[in-house]
Write a protein that binds this ligand. Sequence first.
Ligand SMILES: [Zn+2]
Length: 309
Amino acid sequence: MKGQELTRLTNIWSKVSRQDDRPVSRVVIESTRPLAYQLRRINQVVALTIDQAVPNMYCDTLAVYDGLINEITVQPEESNRVTVFITLNHQAPCAVSSTEGLPVRTFFSFDRAYLSDLFAERRIVIDPGHGGRDAGGRGPVDLLEKNVALTMARSLKNLLEQVNAQVWLTRESDFFLPPQERLGLAREKRAHLLISFHTNYSKDSRVGGLAINYNPAHPAGRHLAQLICTELVRKIKRTVLEIKADKELTALGTVPGLKIMPVTISNWVEEGLLRNPTFYEKIALGVMNGLSRYFAATQVQRYSGDTRV
Ligand SMILES: [Zn+2]
């Protein structure tokens, strides 16, 4: 008699997608045979213990940070057993499904309803800095701040709309817009928040990193800037240059406003990052994760009838 064949785990990855028209964070495990697994929950960690299995891939921790799944760790154990730890940002139901064929794919789909609830009806104005005759900063290989700011803004808009936020851009294309019109849109839409995208600039091309300015007229302005900074650094791994109050943003009154400069365009390396489309997704996710921590903390106020956060 032949001994029981081992299941080889060949790949693991994660993606935000939809299942039955609901947004889910999906962990996909590819293997040579169907998985014999047990699922346990320890607070916000989901542990999948897979029996009669060996990893046929590099085992490490995947940093996902998609707003629900934080990290995934594959850990080989003794006696042909593998444990996959999925660390969540908050509790969420999980549905399991699989496809046959080679490789066998097993999907662990975690419901993202919490994020949609958190962002539902949040009114957010996103302002791509500069535009038209005002190009803003210029990178060493001629990338223009006005263009990258628009790409950052579009990418964040897409992501926030997926979680049911109401989002407006101050400009959708390349034209000049005076500052009062940008801030005016936030007042007109009774926005909960304005996020302005720029890039930092330095005459010294060795200087690199991110900076965030906030509206000091809002009491939680600095706290919000710090949350976004922490989450951005997690995604884009840049040095923090500064977080500071910005007088210009006080024109927003008590609406929280941020000017986010995720990178320094005058730096060779960071200009290079701006040529990669996935870099914009990382920026958007970092900002969304910071906002979600902020909204989660202010939810109490929201449900007590105060819709301004
Ligand atoms: Zn600028």
